[in-house]
Write a protein that binds this ligand. Structure first.
Ligand code: ADP
Ligand code: MG
Length: 703
């Protein structure tokens, strides 16, 4: 491609878009498919055959040789199995390229090796993938050639969801139904569908591939397990929004180009707070498309990084001492005719529908704070949440000055009579325009912040799928809407009833509102006084999945069965234990085979030096002091290593489940920290030439 091009010309060129469907499908077939997409009606096989044939022809023109049902098992990443379009050779030795409606609609990967959390024994390997026609198919070009990717849901023989997409689609249906109920109460007769929209901001690190390959910890675990801080960290704030270096800029250019072709609306890119850290945000899309696109973004970042001789680190905490990475999940709910239910308007105090929606969300977040917290729990995120760089582990809602003021009025007098106005920002420079000022400033320390016409859930980890948080958000808000509708549908005087309900919710759930500094110790104390949960780790967060409250919620709205929740709980414990086990084993390996031998070499060279110096009749006290210091730290390292080996072995003996996961968290993780401490000190002493791996400074300042 020439260096300069018009984005509009390439956007979505590898996507089986609505436009392509209109061009290539017979009118009747197109209409039937649209009806399925919009209303969820079933697609008959004859229609599916026509769609499949058109899709295949289109894909082959793009160079595709294979198709795949692209799905999201409970591993956090996507899975695929490629089938080529070829048929068995004809008698004359030629082949045809075929793709049937049946193959489009349903796939049957041998599913026995995907985590199912006991939902399916390995001998019952049957799992099915089913076409999600609400997320468009696309052709992906990579080293494997061109592959037609069909987004699919993945479930077991008995219909249980083994993936992230199925419950997400179910939760979208739940919030659709309940939002419509609520809108009807306010006299809306025209909206036919309500959909959650999601815009995830993706953070990531880039490091040089050659250096990456010299770090076994990065290779095996995605994060550094050892590493002393360089003289400079992020304290100068000179990286954030800084000029993007040429190597990175050229990477971003390729990422954007590839994403645009795949119909992903990559919009914003900038350097993040930590050195070597960056961010990419697309324009928001319907929740299930946003989830799929976020997976595509993560894969594209990784692939393009390799093409540029770099590695993209999506781990939540690749480096201790500088900020980790997260994913801000921007969420709103919008009708098919363009009404955003979270739009307050200029005078929110008069916008009764908005105030009800808002108080319902406050209620949902307050009651189900534990589920939201759980939805952002993964092993990497344990290093971020509550560590004064990411939101605290306590869930609270930031409303901002204007809405908080409306709330205060509601709670104290029962009615809100005015809204604080935004006003004008005067720059004090005549040649600069005066800017309209928002009625509210931002608060970066809040985990759940209202930002104008959407909520921003800031806890999500950078590597995690955004499906879980959105499943929880959709379902808890659906429940709150449903509860409100139950009351209001029966009310004799609607205006009075809605007024009372808003006031009641505002009063009952005001404890969840917090506009102050979420990083402060005072907030931790204050939150405790308010009775808000402070769930510090993934292991402590997991039980929220299967409480009676959770089972009742998810079963009522048909999002998860109890069995599906139990399976997810099991998988989460397993994931945690396996992750820490790999990290512990990697540490043991690196310490035993790389660090201790390197330090021994260094002590030998020091000892040789001491001898030589003494023989020369000179004073060797500095060398001797260094030698003693190094030997002492070496001995500390050996002791800590022995302990880690011991506790990791014990953890391995335990049967899988909460007890084992807790042991990893309570015993193995601290043992890992004990081993890291002397090693990081040694790194500051030992000759750099002898240190067996690139330093933090090499990794994050020399990309
Ligand atoms: P920031 O919060 O970093 O200033 P923006 O507010 O511009 O950035 O947007 C961050 C993300 O939120 C983007 O992906 C954007 O498309 C998305 N977003 C904007 N409006 C909405 C909305 N109404 N619903 C959901 N996401 C939205
Ligand atoms: Mg943001």
């Amino acid at each position: 491609m020439s260096e300069y091009y018009n984005v509009a010309d390439i956007f979505g060129e590898d996507v089986f878009t609505d436009k392509v469907m209109q061009e290539r499908l017979p009118k009747k077939v197109y209409k039937a498919l649209k009806k399925t997409i919009e209303e969820g009606t079933e697609l008959d096989l004859a229609t599916a055959d026509v769609i499949a044939a058109a899709m295949k022809d289109w894909a082959i023109e793009k160079g595709a040789t294979h198709y795949t049902h692209w799905f999201q098992p409970l591993t956090g990443v996507t899975a695929e199995k490629h089938d080529s379009f070829i048929t068995a050779p004809n008698p004359d030795g030629t082949i045809l390229m075929e793709f049937s409606g049946k193959e489009l609609i349903k796939g049957e990967p041998d599913a026995s090796s995907f985590p199912s959390g006991g939902l399916r024994a390995t001998f019952e390997a049957r799992g099915y993938t089913a076409w999600d026609c609400t997320s468009p198919a696309f052709v992906r070009h990579d080293a494997a050639g061109a592959i037609l990717c069909i987004p699919t849901a993945f479930c077991s023989y008995t219909g249980e969801a083994l993936d992230q997409k199925t419950p997400l689609l179910r939760s979208m249906e739940a919030i659709n139904v309940q939002s419509l109920r609520l809108l009807r109460l306010f006299g809306n007769t025209t909206s036919k569908k309500v959909t959650p929209s999601v815009g995830p901001e993706q953070e990531y690190f880039l490091v040089d591939e050659k250096k990456f390959l010299q770090r076994k910890d990065l290779i095996f675990t995605g994060r550094t397990l050892f590493g002393a801080m360089p003289p400079k960290g992020q304290e100068m704030d000179d990286h954030y929004f800084g000029t993007i270096r040429q190597r990175i800029a050229s990477f971003m250019k390729d990422v954007n180009e590839q994403l645009w072709k795949l119909g992903v609306s990559a919009k914003t890119q900038h350097n993040e707070v930590a050195p070597a850290q960056h961010e990419l945000a697309p324009i928001y899309a319907e929740a299930n498309v946003a989830v799929d696109h976020n997976q595509i973004i993560m894969q594209t970042l990784k692939r393009v990084a390799c093409q540029h001789g770099m590695k993209c680190l999506l781990h939540e905490k690749p480096f201790a001492g500088v900020n980790g990475s997260g994913k801000h999940n921007n969420w709103s709910i919008t009708t098919d005719d363009g009404i955003n239910l979270l739009e307050p308007g200029k005078t929110p105090h008069e916008n009764i529908q908005f105030l009800l929606v808002l108080t319902c969300i406050l209620k949902a977040v307050d009651i189900h704070a534990d589920l939201l917290r759980e939805s952002a729990a993964d092993p990497g995120n344990d290093h971020r949440l509550g560590a004064n760089e990411a939101p605290p582990a306590i869930i609270s809602v930031f409303l901002g000055e204007q809405l908080e003021d409306v709330f205060t009025q509601l709670i104290s007098t029962g009615t809100a009579t005015h809204s604080i106005k935004g006003g004008v920002l005067e720059t004090g420079v005549k040649t600069l325009p005066n800017l309209a000022k928002d009625a509210t400033d931002r608060n970066r320390t809040s985990p759940f912040a209202f930002t104008g016409n959407k909520f921003e859930f800031r806890m999500v980890g950078s590597r995690d799928s955004i499906a879980s948080p959105n499943i929880v958000l959709n379902t808890i808000v659906a429940e709150a809407f449903s509860d409100a509708c139950d009351v209001l549908e029966k009310a004799e005087n609607f205006d009075e009833a809605v007024h009372d309900l808003i006031k009641q919710y505002a009063k009952e759930h005001q404890r969840i509102i917090f506009n102050g500094n979420g990083y402060s110790d005072e907030w931790v104390e204050e939150a405790e006084r308010r009775g808000l949960p402070n769930i510090k780790s993934m292991v402590e967060a997991i039980p929220a999945l299967t409480t009676d409250k959770s089972v009742k919620l998810f079963e009522k709205y048909g999002v998860f069965t109890k069995a599906e929740l139990v399976s997810r709980e099991e998988i989460k414990y397993e994931t945690y234990a396996k992750t820490i086990n790999i990290e512990a084993k990697a540490m043991i390996d690196i310490a035993s085979k790389q660090i201790i031998p390197a330090v021994i070499k260094y002590t030998k060279s020091l000892a040789d030096t001491v001898n030589a110096v003494v023989q020369a009749g000179a004073e060797a006290s500095v060398q001797i002091e260094l030698l003693n210091e190094t030997s002492a730290l070496l001995s500390d390292t050996k002791v800590a290593l022995a302990k880690l080996i011991d506790v990791a072995a014990q953890a391995g003996q335990m049967s899988e489940g909460p007890e084992q996961a807790s042991y990893f968290h309570d015993v193995v993780v601290p043992a890992m920290e004990e081993l890291r401490a002397p090693v990081d000190e040694l790194e500051m002493i030992v000759d750099k030439e002898m240190w067996p791996m690139p330093s933090y400074g090499d990794l994050i300042f020399e990309v």
